[in-house]
Ligand binder design. Structure first.
Ligand SMILES: [Zn+2]
Length: 104
């Protein structure tokens, strides 16, 4: 279990470095606070086959929704079901918990 968590963390770090190296900073809007931020400051959740999945590497196919890497936004999105509305599918509590774990 520890190994899985660790490799996931390093994937996220690798992605941030990669994104900062890009010439163009891609920006997305947080589904909760509606602020536009560079991708590196957001986490992606994707809708894959009508199911929401946490997508820490931002590579899953399909519709994506972004939330700030901030517990306030993640908790807020969980409370207001902002991800459900953005992805138009059910988002289980475990997804939000996974995002929280991946970010903090
Ligand atoms: Zn936000």
């Amino acid at each position: 279990m520890d190994g899985v968590a660790l490799s996931r963390k390093s994937d996220i770090t690798g992605d941030i470095t990669h994104l900062i190296d890009e010439k163009y900073v891609v920006e997305r809007r947080c589904v909760f606070c509606r602020q536009v931020r560079p991708l590196a400051e957001l986490v992606r959740t994707a809708r894959v086959k009508d199911e929401a999945v946490f997508d820490p590497r931002g590579r899953a196919q399909g519709r994506g929704a972004y939330i700030c890497r901030d517990a306030k936004c993640i908790e807020g999105a969980k409370r207001t079901r902002a991800l459900e509305r953005s992805l138009k599918c059910r988002v289980g509590e475990d997804i939000y918990n996974e995002i929280l774990k991946g970010v903090c």
